[in-house]
Structure formats: C-alpha cells, structure tokens
Design a binder for this molecule. Structure first.
Ligand code: KG4
Ligand code: ZN
Length: 392
C-alpha cells in the first residue's frame, strides 16, 4: 500500500510517500518521494521555536512539499479533475484558518487529481499544538479529497520506529527482541519507555523539568551559540576533546542517585549560568564548557538508561529523537553497552532520521493501520500537544 505522511509538530515540515510491501512489522518500505523544509533559520533569532511563525510556515510549505514529493515519485495524471462544489466547500471549512493553504491544495488537486495513495498518516501529537493543527487539518482535507482513510500518529512512536528502520540495508524494521527499552531524547521529551511488544508502551522514567534537547538549546544560547544548540555544542565539545582542554567548570549530576528513573536538567542549566555569569568566554572556554556539559548529560543518560535496562530486563535498547544525532552520545552508549551489557542490541537511527522527519510518521501510520478512520469520521481527530505514549 502507498502511504502519504505529514509531519508538522515543531520546526520541520515533512511530506513523504512510502510504499509498504507486506504487513507491519515485517514489511519492506520503499520511499517514493520525500520532501522536507526546515524553519531553523527563521527561529534562530528567537533562540528557539516561535509557535505562530512555525504554524504559518507549515501552512506555506505543505503544498510545495507535496508537489516535490509527487515530482520525485514521478506520478503523472492523465486528465484534469473537477471538484464537486460541496466537497470544495468542505475542504474550505476544514482549512478555514488557513485560506491560502486551502486555495493551494484545491489548485493542486485540480492539476493532479487523487494520488495513488491508500492511507494518509499525520502527527497529531505531542508537539506545538498550533503547528500540529495545520498538519492534522491538511491531512483531513487530503483524506476527504482522495477518499482514503487517515490515521493520527504519535510523534514519539515515529521516533522509536525511525531508530530501528534499516534504510541502509534492507528497508525493513529490524527484528527486535522484547522487552525493549526506548530512550527518547528530543527538544520536548526525555523519557524511558518500556515496550513489551509493538505498540505497548509504559513510561518508566522521564525528566521532571527540561528535556535534554531543550537543555542543549538553552545552554548554547547562554554561550551565544545559535539554535539548535545540540550540534553547536557537539562540534565544540569535539574540539575540546581533540585539544585535551582542561575542565572549565565542575557541573552537577542532578538526580543521579535519586533511586528512580527520573531525570532533571534544569539545575545543570542553572549551574552553567552561574559558571559563565559576567564573563566574556573565549572560543576555547566555550569548547571546554561544551565538553563539560556534554559529558555530564551523557553520564546522566547512561546511568539512568542502564538502571532502566536492569529494571525491565530489556534485551534491546532503542535510542531516538533529535539528541540521538549526537556522535559523542552514540559512541559512549555503544562503548558502554558493549562493555557492560554485551547481549543487549543497541539501536540508533541512521543519519537523517534522528531529527524530525515524515518518513517515521509513515512507519508509525503503517503500525497503526487498524486505527485508521474513514474520511467522514476524521473530524473526530484532534491535535494534542501533550499526547503521551503511555496511554496509547
Ligand atoms: O526530535 P527533534 O528533531 O524535535 C523534537 O521532537 O523536539 O529534536 C530536536 C532537538 C533539539 O533540541 C536539538 O538541539 C537536538 O535535538 N539535537 C542535537 C543534535 N542534533 C539535534 N542534540 C545533540 N547533538 C546533536 N547532534
Ligand atoms: Zn521529534
């Protein structure tokens, strides 16, 4: 079956067309078209995502990205389509807050007709609610226009599946052994999730305040580095290690011995603030501080993850979300698990699938095929900024 997936939960707009051959979880996936647009440059001056701008940019990007995905797919339609006035009216009502998105979509539809798609998958949460609504309503409109079912996807489930998607080898999901543990580390989330089977999630640990990615972004901002902070800090930390720079400051390891699987990162951020207060940092001091910070974050994540592995007797560790793009984190996790838990398989996403993308939403949509709604029932679908894996 062909799946069209849409991602608009944060600052990446993504549209992907994927062919799924077979049933989940043993299907082979062929990416037929994939188009993504990042808003990072626009949010830079705010040091983080500015929600109203994110929403507007998603609305502007969706139809051009759909065009690009279709062009890559090579789909050509034979004749021009007419739209029933009643259907056009419904589409305009669904997209009433985004009138130009409605215009663009209707023009697209008149030119292309219904695409050869059997399922529309969209992120409905968690994320920035105004941004999520744009994607959800766009997906509802497509579902009605093409008369195909639609499935609302949990963004975090997408991250988990992206981490075990073997796009470089066989385009399949890796056959993992349960119970599995997922460490999800992104701009909005830091959680340890136990999985006893596909689609069975139990959150067993989480941050009590900032997410790891958020801590990277905030600490970077304090040092005058651009958003997103993760790659900026990572590059400087690497230079500090190569130069063997001395420690800049001793940072705390909050909640390391709390006896549970929860974490905290806001104290770390405050410690960085005190350490640099009133100082004009040299580039080498920034490098050293980046390394100190990255080391402490890695240590906290490693300790809590290994405690969680013991707690649930997991055979598999899946690390996902934007922060899993960190080469240092990946290296340290692989080294630590090889040494201490050689029987546990550790998975990180292939490059490009760590940060937000819509391919992962197609994978999660396929996993949740049985939950798809008929086009006329899709007005029940809501964006939910706080959607949680625990009650899926
Ligand atoms: O999953 P994601 O793309 O979006 C959310 O769902 O939040 O994660 C974005 C986060 C940002 O905080 C960014 O700083 C962080 O992932 N990030 C990284 C790296 N690349 C992105 N953190 C550390 N090292 C990286 N290389
Ligand atoms: Zn994400």
């Amino acid at each position: 079956m062909n799946i069209l997936s849409i991602e608009t939960s944060a600052d990446e707009t993504g549209v992907t067309i994927v062919e799924a051959l077979g049933d989940f979880p043993t299907a082979t996936y062929n990416v037929l078209g994939n188009a993504v647009r990042t808003q990072i440059e626009m949010h830079r001056e705010y040091g983080g995502i500015f929600p109203a701008m994110a929403k507007r940019e998603h609305a502007l990007a969706l139809v051009p990205l759909l065009e690009a995905a279709v062009a890559e797919h090579g789909y050509k339609k034979e004749s021009i389509s007419d739209i029933e006035p009643e259907l056009e009216e419904k589409i305009r009502t669904i997209l009433e807050r985004e009138p130009s998105l409605a215009d663009n979509l209707l023009t697209f539809h008149k030119e292309h007709g219904p695409l050869p798609i059997e399922l529309v998958a969209v992120t409905s949460g968690p994320g920035l609610e105004p941004a999520l609504w744009v994607g959800v309503n766009f997906a509802r409109a497509l579902s009605l226009l093409w008369n195909v079912p639609m499935v609302p996807v949990n963004h975090m489930e997408g991250h988990i599946l992206a981490s075990i998607f073997d796009v470089e080898e066989d385009d399949e999901l890796t056959r993992i052994e349960f119970p599995a543990l997922s460490l999800l580390i992104s701009g909005g989330h830091t959680e340890l999730v136990r999985m006893d089977d596909w689609a069975q999630y139990e959150k067993i640990g989480q941050t009590r305040d900032d997410a790891v990615g958020e801590a990277f972004d905030k600490v970077a901002r304090m040092m005058g580095l651009p958003y997103p902070g993760g790659p900026e800090i990572g590059a400087r930390a690497k230079r500090a290690r190569l130069k063997n720079l001395p420690q800049f400051t001793e940072l705390p390891l909050p909640m390391l011995h709390s006896g549970d699987l929860d974490m905290s990162f806001s104290g770390l951020k405050t410690a960085v603030r005190y350490a640099i207060e009133g100082k004009e940092l040299t580039e080498e001091q920034k490098e050293a501080l980046s390394r100190d910070f990255e080391d402490v974050v890695t240590e906290i994540l490693l300790k809590k993850t290994s405690a969680a592995i013991e707690d649930c007797g997991a055979h598999t560790l899946i690390v996902g979300g934007g922060v899993s793009a960190s080469p240092h984190l990946r290296h340290e996790f692989n080294k630590y698990f090889l040494e201490h838990y050689p029987d546990i398989s550790v998975y990180f996403p292939v490059p490009g699938l760590s940060t937000d993308n819509s391919l992962m939403i197609a994978l999660a949509g396929h996993a949740r095929l049985s939950e798809a709604l008929a086009p006329r029932a899709t007005d029940l679908i809501r964006a939910d900024g706080n959607r949680s894996l625990s009650n899926e």
